[in-house]
Write a protein that binds this ligand. Structure first.
Ligand SMILES: *[C@@H]1O[C@H](CO)[C@@H](O)[C@H](O)[C@H]1NC(C)=O
Length: 416
């Protein structure tokens, strides 16, 4: 009798200690290892989130303002592109009159004060779906393009019962006025140090906040701790609140600049459960150290030219390149570069797609990050969640094969 009483009152306590002993001694290696990986990841995320708050505008509550379809989207390149075979080739469900079966939503998410704080969103989905909550895929456009450009992809994903989402990244599409808005913003960022138009503004939160509480709770910070965050993180806030989206099944992918955005937001915000950056992942520091920065610099030349003149140089060299990155995107060529940020995505499914001859994302430049990623995924017992596909004979170009592989990757991890 005594035995029974004492054991029943002690057992919850014993269970408690046994559980921690079990955790601490590798009883559940998977849990232990992925927890260690997540803690390491938290540290670098926290550093990223502490980038200067002086560059941010004041916060506003997350609100949705309905807008209209954009008939003539602004492209900041001449001639205006008209057709992409790769995008058109994205796998579609066989649905009669697909366009009539699609629901289109256009709205602005207010993510901060100021002109750039209005995030234009385009969402396509099937009008009729048997699923109460569907998986979602965000597809991010490349430099000088806009959300309307990726419509063929949105249609294809929507036909397969995804909620398909595109945004205009900062200084693009509806967030641009003319052909030089993005370029002007980059140059201004160099001169004034007031914004981070390359990569970071689209990705990061507006102010620093302590991660200590989140760490002690042992929870992914983004879901529980950051109520007020930026563009893609704000977008995740919005998407995870939608009744028709399964918040655990949100994937992110994109082309070129969009691939870089996908990489960075997957690193920062764990609510993006699956990532497939296309021709975006590269080694920024590696390119400087190995004198392979030319093609990347050429893609946004004006800001490097401005810096060259300011630094009194006769030609752009690696010092100019480093100074520009350090000023307009602090940490991009150092602590947040791919060797450090890519492995933090583990154990979430990550597919990296690149061309073997891409001068903007040289293959040798991603050797270290992919090696480290393989190690991180192996440690988290999720080696199958990491894949690198390098297409032979392809330069800086998103191909049909890449579109198909990214799409299959989403299906594999997001479809039930
Ligand atoms: C683009 O717009 C900006 C700001 O409105 C202006 O300063 C700039 O001169 C314009 N550029 C061109 C090429 O029209």
């Amino acid at each position: 009798m005594t035995n029974i009483i004492s054991s029943s009152s002690i057992s919850p306590l014993i269970c408690f200690f046994v559980f921690f002993f079990w955790l601490g001694h590798g009883g559940a290696q998977g849990i232990q290892h992925s927890a260690a990986a997540i803690n390491g990841a938290d540290k670098i995320r926290s550093q990223f989130l502490h980038l200067p708050r002086t560059r941010r505008s004041p916060q506003v509550p997350l609100t949705v303002e309905p807008s209209k379809p954009v008939r003539h989207p602004l492209f900041q390149q001449v001639p205006t592109p008209t057709f992409s075979e790769a995008m058109e080739s994205c796998p579609k469900a066989d649905i009669k009159n697909l366009k009539e079966q699609l629901k289109e939503e256009n709205f602005y998410l207010h993510t901060e004060a100021g002109e750039q704080g209005r995030l234009p969103v385009l969402i396509l989905s099937l009008k009729d779906s048997k699923q109460k909550r569907r998986p979602a895929v965000v597809f991010l456009h490349s430099t000088n393009k806009n959300k309307e450009w990726v419509r063929p992809l949105l249609e294809a994903y929507a036909s397969r019962e995804y909620i398909a989402i595109a945004i205009d990244s900062r200084y693009h599409g509806e967030r641009a006025h003319n052909l030089t808005t993005y370029r002007d913003a980059l140059v201004s960022s160099w001169i004034k140090g007031d914004t981070m138009p390359f990569l970071f503004d689209t990705v990061i939160p507006p102010f620093s906040f302590s991660l200590v509480d989140c760490k002690s709770l042992f929870l992914p910070f983004s879901s529980y701790c950051s109520k007020k965050v930026w563009d893609l993180i704000k977008l995740a806030d919005y998407l995870t609140q939608r009744k028709d989206i399964d918040p655990k099944r949100i994937g992110i992918t994109g082309e070129s600049l969009g691939g870089m955005h996908a990489w960075f937001v997957a690193f920062v915000d764990t609510r993006y459960a699956v990532a497939a950056p296309i021709i975006g992942v590269q080694g920024f520091r590696w390119a400087i150290d190995n004198d392979k920065w030319q093609a990347r610099v050429d893609s946004i030349k004006a800001v490097f030219e401005e810096a060259r003149v300011d630094l009194g140089k006769s030609a752009i060299d690696k010092e100019v390149v480093k100074k520009v990155w350090d000023r307009i995107a602090p940490g991009l060529a150092s602590i947040f570069d791919s060797p450090y940020s890519i492995p933090t995505i583990a154990p979430r499914p990550l597919l990296i797609l690149n061309g073997a001859d891409d001068p903007r994302c040289p293959l040798d430049g991603i050797k270290t990050p992919t090696k480290r990623a393989r190690k991180a995924y192996a440690k988290a017992h999720s080696s199958n969640n990491f894949k690198l596909i390098v297409q032979p004979g392809i330069g800086h170009e998103m191909t049909s094969l890449m579109v198909k592989e990214a799409s299959d990757w989403m299906d594999r991890f997001l479809k039930q």
